[in-house]
Write a protein that binds this ligand. Structure first.
Ligand SMILES: Cc1ncc(COP(=O)(O)O)c(C=O)c1O
Length: 482
């Protein structure tokens, strides 16, 4: 979206689309929400969508599709093998990324499974700017380790650094020397670094780290799931980039990597995924994993309708008017909360606005999951569903002790083209109320704790009657019916 100037109004983000189909929402009264939260075991993944007013859990697979994407879904070529839909998708990806070989997969974590299965051996060390939950789980499942080498300043929540996802090049070099290059199967760079607040990585840093990897003969992998946000930030914030088109920047980035994978639930605004492989021999070496885990090589577990939608979605991901909407809404939300004194990750990144729970509820010890508790409080106080991105999203150390996350975040995702500015204002308002009543929020403990990816299916309870007290304070201010 270009900077639209207003005559008598402060600048606000302006949607460059109109709404054609709507889904009715309902706002349960606060007592009902308290009950639903208990039934969900204080885990927002366990809530039913019908009980939620603002679903800000994720942007994954819930972005609004365009009329062109829906129209694309009407012309799929349904075939087990050799579907024309697949070739259209593959050709579009080649046009955008300049990489010829494409392995389809049903979503991002499936790509991570394929890559880990192919590359990772016990005790291997995969270097990353920062991990993503499923990327790490597939590596550790196979006995590998992950080294996260994002620059230290990327983990400082309040900052004005434009590229907090940048990797520390000296640390990468030292790590390769210590591990030996043979023990580093690949270096994974994540665009729009999810778990540290959707923070971008600069082109310059990507160039430097991929050159370093090349000098050691280590393959480089880009997780492009959040690339569209990262592209926007490179164009807006990086020196020498503002006059380049999104397509040009995309190609410059793609040229750096041996492999690029993505979740189509994010990149492409529909549902699917895949791996782009530069070298023909590498593509053939990996290809048999697709029919084994995903589906035949011309669909990889995706429906042909979704593939057609993605093919249009890739093109839309190259349009500034489309990809700027998320970051601009997030920036608006972050600025308003920051002005009020609410601890948020600054500057605003992609994906969503992130509350810094370590500061927001600083009285809750880390082993009582401050971000997990805060995200539950947010649902009770407004019907807003966010996602915990902190210690709950980690797995325990081998000796059973907690592995404390370096950041305790509550993510309020802004799926693209879904929410209006007035809905965003409602969220800002309820977060301000919660901040003013933050001392009422208490901790959580596990009742049922799965070993892997426990944040998805774990069941917890409150350590005291704080949820009831919080609901009572909310009712006193807003009444019973809100
Ligand atoms: C950066 C990143 N990589 C990988 C994934 C996994 O993708 P999927 O949810 O499609 O399995 C996600 C999902 O949120 C992500 O944000």
């Amino acid at each position: 979206m270009p900077e639209i100037k207003f005559y008598k109004h402060e600048p606000i983000p302006l949607e460059m689309h109109k709404v054609k189909i709507v889904q009715q929402l309902k706002l349960l009264p606060v007592d009902e929400r308290l009950k639903k939260m208990k039934e969900a075991g204080f885990n927002t993944f366990q809530l039913h969508n019908g009980d939620i007013f603002m679903d800000m859990l994720t942007d994954s697979g819930v972005n609004a599709m365009s009329d062109e994407m829906l129209a694309g879904m009407m012309k799929p070529d349904d075939a087990y093998a050799g579907s024309e839909t697949f070739y259209r998708m593959r050709d579009k990806l080649e046009e955008i990324f300049g990489i010829k070989y494409f392995l389809p997969a049903h979503q991002g974590r499936a790509c991570e499974n394929i890559l880990a299965s192919f590359y990772v051996k016990p005790d291997n060390c995969v270097i990353m700017n920062y991990h993503f939950t499923t990327a790490k789980a597939h590596i550790t499942r196979l006995g590998g380790r992950v080294e996260e080498l994002v620059k230290e300043e990327g983990l400082i929540s309040k900052s004005n650094l434009p590229f907090k996802g940048d990797i520390d090049l000296d640390a990468v070099k030292a790590c390769i020397e210590k591990e030996t290059p043979e023990n580093v199967p690949f270096i994974r760079i994540e665009a729009g670094t999810n778990l540290i607040g959707g923070q971008p990585i600069s082109y310059a840093n990507m160039k430097a780290v991929t050159e370093l990897a090349k000098s050691y003969g280590i393959p480089t992998v880009l997780d492009a799931s959040l690339l569209q946000d990262n592209l926007y930030f490179i164009k807006m914030r990086e020196e020498g980039m503002k006059d380049k088109s999104i397509r040009e920047i995309t190609r410059m980035i793609a040229d750096l990597y041996d492999i690029i994978y993505f979740s189509g639930r994010k990149f492409g605004f529909a549902r699917g995924g895949g791996i782009l492989v530069r070298e023909e021999s590498l593509y053939h070496a990996m290809e048999d994993l697709i029919p084994m885990f995903e589906g035949f090589l011309t669909y990889g577990g995706m429906s042909v309708r979704e593939m057609e939608a993605l093919t249009v979605g890739f093109d839309e991901s190259m349009e500034m008017d489309v990809i700027s909407q998320g970051p601009q809404f997030i920036d608006y939300c972050v600025r308003k909360l920051d002005e009020y004194g609410v601890p948020v990750i600054t500057p605003g990144g992609g994906l969503g606005a992130h509350l810094d729970a370590m500061q927001f509820v600083s009285h809750i010890p880390q082993d009582q999951y401050p971000a997990g508790a805060l995200v539950c409080a947010l649902y009770i106080c407004g019907g807003i569903r966010g996602m915990e991105r902190g210690t709950l999203s980690e797995e325990r150390n081998a000796d059973g002790s907690e592995r404390f996350a370096s950041m305790e975040l509550v993510r309020m995702a802004l799926p693209r083209r879904v929410f209006t500015l007035s809905q965003t204002e409602y969220v800002i308002d309820r977060v301000k109320w919660l901040y003013d009543h933050r001392e009422l929020v208490g901790g959580l403990r596990f009742v049922h704790e799965p070993k892997t990816l426990r944040f998805f299916t774990g069941i917890l309870e409150a350590t005291s009657d704080w949820p009831e007290k919080l609901a009572a304070a909310y009712k006193a201010d807003f009444g019973e019916d809100q």
